[in-house]
Design a protein around this ligand. Structure first.
Ligand code: PLP
Length: 439
């Protein structure tokens, strides 16, 4: 029972450095959040010791009395968090991550080599929604299924529902996936259901990014229209890293979704559930049902709107000119900067962001934009006035990036490389960056 710092100071030291990075800088990655101490305690608990293949009441191992109680509690909280009637919806809380949740959902809904359609990756979709390139099928969702992407209307940068309906008439998918990793607007689930019904297809929503907002009732509700809804638990939902699969018990298309989903998770795609993670999910879901949750989510959205408005006020271009949710997509192409350059520069100055494709990019491999999200900073209680300052820091970073781009190899570049490599230098670095920003 000796503590980590005593048994393994090397790992402890890495954790200390990462803790410093997370809390000394500005975390703007839209898929990340800062989970609560309570959730981390549950996630780091002795529940990690237990094997429990199977489902509550039907396990392949003994000793699962308390684990059964935990999984039943977690399921109950998951249904409560999304305001679902347990006679109409069920949930599997065992997926290890969003990607495995999605692959298990595909396994449950369709047969190998059946056809599916998902939002294309360059338009904001996720790898697990059927992504492939002209050269390679590199995701399981395109290797084991035939996939075809739908996209955005280039004039509005919104989902092209008409285009999807036309493509679906030709492609005849068995499954339509909606949901995205980088789409700043809400979804029209009724329109998607209509396309699915026209083609006798299942409709699945992957709300990995927006599930916290959906739970708070701040975005359209996919549950009224979809057969299956998947989500990660660690993004806007602020839980540990894992996934959930909700299935409709009264789907008009299949009455046996409960069995199909449960069998697809185990034994088709996974082994023993990570019970410590399920405990963390349960705690996070409890927090998402508290009255404070709605206030948190409203602030996430208000912060994202403010961030967008502040960038637009400084002359920058955003995809769809703004946002309905927790993220903004910043189009850097008019500046002649790539997303990766700004991402690297921001790393030096303690602002964590990620490069992202923007609509119209020639290749998802050289993204012309940046995705920014406000979930983590809102978890640190930043408000609109703070976010205005964050926008100003980003603006200065762009100005510096433009100078560096012109004068690569200059003294300025060396200064940046020196910054933020260790906690001590990083602290000094922040002052240097402020000074350089003034220059
Ligand atoms: N689905 C969407 C929409 C995502 O954005 C992501 C991750 O970013 C995933 C699924 C995959 O989640 P994970 O990284 O937990 O496998």
């Amino acid at each position: 029972y000796a503590p980590l710092a005593e048994i393994d100071p090397e790992v402890q030291n890495i954790i200390d450095k990462e803790t410093w990075r997370q809390f000394s800088g500005l975390e703007l990655i839209a898929s990340e959040n800062l989970t609560s101490r309570a959730t981390m305690e549950a996630n780091g608990s002795i529940l990690t010791n237990k094997y429990s293949e199977g489902l509550p009441g039907a396990r392949y191992y003994g000793g699962n009395e308390w684990v059964d109680e935990l999984e039943v509690l977690c399921r109950k909280r998951a249904l409560e968090a999304f305001h679902l009637d347990p006679s109409k919806w069920g949930v599997n809380v065992q997926p290890y991550s969003g990607s495995t949740a999605n692959f298990a959902a595909l396994t449950a809904l369709i047969q190998p080599q059946d056809r599916l359609m998902g939002l294309g990756l360059p338009d904001g979709g996720h790898l697990t929604h059927g992504y492939y390139t002209a050269k390679k099928k590199m995701t399981a969702s395109s290797i084991y299924f035939q996939s075809f992407p739908y996209g955005l209307d280039p004039s509005t940068q919104l989902i092209d529902y008409k285009g999807l309906a036309n493509q679906a008439k030709i492609f005849k998918p068995r499954l339509i996936i909606c949901g995205a990793s980088a789409y700043p607007r809400d979804w029209d689930y009724a329109a998607l259901r209509a396309v699915a019904d026209e083609n006798d297809a299942f409709l699945m929503a992957d709300i990995a990014h927006t599930s916290g907002l959906v739970a708070a009732g701040e975005l359209a509700d996919p549950f009224g229209y979809c057969d299956v809804v998947t989500t990660t638990t660690h993004k806007t939902l602020r839980g540990p890293r894992a996934g959930l699969i909700f299935f409709r018990k009264d789907s008009a298309k299949a009455k046996d979704l409960e069995k199909r989903v449960n069998d697809a998770v185990f034994p088709a795609c996974q082994g023993g559930p990570h019970n410590n993670t399920i405990a963390g999910i349960a705690t996070a879901l409890l927090q998402a049902t508290q009255p404070t949750w709605k206030a948190y989510v409203k602030q996430v959205i208000a912060n994202a709107r403010t961030l967008g408005e502040e960038l637009v006020a400084r002359g920058y271009k955003l995809q769809t000119n703004g946002t309905d949710n927790h993220l903004v997509l910043w189009d850097l192409r008019p500046l002649g900067l790539t997303g990766s350059k700004l991402e690297k520069l921001c790393d030096f100055v303690g602002i964590t962001i990620n490069k992202n494709a923007v609509s119209g990019d020639a290749s998802a491999q050289v993204p012309g934009g940046i995705r920014l999200g406000t979930s983590a900073l809102t978890s640190r209680d930043l408000r609109e006035s703070d976010i205005k300052l964050v926008a100003e820091f980003l603006h200065r970073a762009v100005q510096i990036a433009l100078v560096l781009q012109k004068e690569a190899g200059s003294k300025l570049l060396k200064d940046f490389v020196r910054v933020a490599t260790t906690p001590e230098e990083g602290k000094v670095g922040h002052q240097q960056v402020k000074d350089l920003g003034k220059e």
